[in-house]
Design a protein around this ligand. Structure first.
Ligand SMILES: [Zn+2]
Length: 194
């Protein structure tokens, strides 16, 4: 199979993750090995139909087959950039879980934004109500400010936590000619193929 000509004007260093259609992986390399938690093989590399994150076999139609495309400039700028392709699967369960975490992250953002507004409004009211005088510790507005400040910090950490639970795209770690190493596989995947 002819691999399509890479666009020489495409901006390098931009990784792409596109959905692949069935049967578009003919002639790709299927051999790979795990080295210190990284997938090492020759590009274009097709991983088995196993979830990259939880290592379960892909059995239903709700899973996702993606192609990760990495392009890197070479030191000699006259040479065209090198590019690598990795085909991998995400199972329907991991996709659903990711959707949940994304929803959770959105909610946490709303919560953070809302409490920040409440806190700012309370602060503005407190300043407006007590111009020129000391803010007393028993002032209820101070209490609202303080509580919403804590809630904003809490909400923000919640956002970060949801973010950390989202499956990450596999990352190009190192490369040499056609051989490339990719990190980002789940622990169970690493266990299964090491
Ligand atoms: Zn999975």
């Amino acid at each position: 199979m002819n691999t399509p000509q890479e666009n020489p004007y495409a901006s390098p260093q931009v990784d792409e993750f596109v959905e692949v259609l069935p049967d578009s992986e003919e002639g790709t390399n299927k051999e790979f090995e795990m080295r210190i938690g990284k997938i090492v093989g020759e590009s274009p590399l097709s991983l088995p139909k196993v979830c990259l994150y939880c290592a379960s076999d892909i059995e239903d139609d709700y899973s996702l087959r993606r192609c990760a495309k990495y392009q890197r400039l070479r030191l000699l700028e006259a040479l065209p950039p090198v590019s690598f392709q990795l085909f991998y699967s995400t199972c329907s369960r991991c996709l659903a879980k990711a959707a949940d975490w994304r929803r959770g992250r959105r909610k946490a953002w709303y919560f953070t934004g809302f409490t920040a507004i409440v806190g700012a409004a309370a602060f503005a009211t407190m300043i407006a109500l007590s111009p020129g005088r000391e803010v007393a510790p028993q002032d209820p507005w101070l209490y609202v400010c303080f509580t919403s400040g804590i809630a904003v910090i809490g909400g923000f950490f919640r956002v970060l936590y949801c973010e950390s639970q989202l499956p990450k795209f596999p990352e190009l770690n190192s490369y040499d000619e056609d051989t490339f190493a990719v990190s980002g596989a789940g622990w169970k995947f690493i266990q299964r193929y090491r």
